[in-house]
Design a protein. Sequence first.
Length: 241
Amino acid sequence: MQVIKVNATDSTNLHLKRLMADTTLIDFTVLVADSQLKGVGQAGTNWSSEPGKNLTISVLKYFKALRADQGFLISMALSLSLIQLFKELEIPELAIKWPNDIMSGNKKICGILIENTLKGFMLKQSVLGIGINVNQEKFSNLPNAASLKQITGKSYPLDILLNRLLDLVHDSMEEVEHAKKDLSPDYKSLLYMRDRQLNYEIHGKQIIGAIRGVTSEGRLLVEAEGGQLLSCGLKEIKYPL
């Protein structure tokens, strides 16, 4: 493991990819930024992070035996490792809001951005972007965001939190690499709003349904009234406000 720390960058994922273009990095190279100025979430959404208050990191992970169609295993493993971290901190009401947010109740405390590189039919490497709201206390124009400090009233040492996070992520990626465990049941059990009948917008239509799980490719499964099972990709479903 190699940890690279920078004071400020536009985005940890972008910064790490620039380093990868310039030199050969070892497996599990970690880039940590004190300040992320233009953090990017899934499908180009912005990630707001106040300098010195949060964890914004990206991890380079190489894979030797993972097929291209197994990419969602990485997302499941990373999400579950973050859930474990927050459980250890006694953060309440944890859930995974598909595809890339970790929630405490109805508040987002963590975002994930995974960028995979394929080589033929194999998955060659991933850049794992993680942003955790730790000690920040104000979020401009982000009513659904919250920090660990806001939820528990405690301040958290970022270095200690980072070390534990990296241990958990490292172990979870080893599980993916060696197929040690079926992650689907644990992931499904933690899905945000699972089994609740709610009004979703799916493929541009208002549909009452309930989230039931995910496919092996990572598409969200929603059971509509009447029993029809709908498969949703990114940006094909909007959650209730």
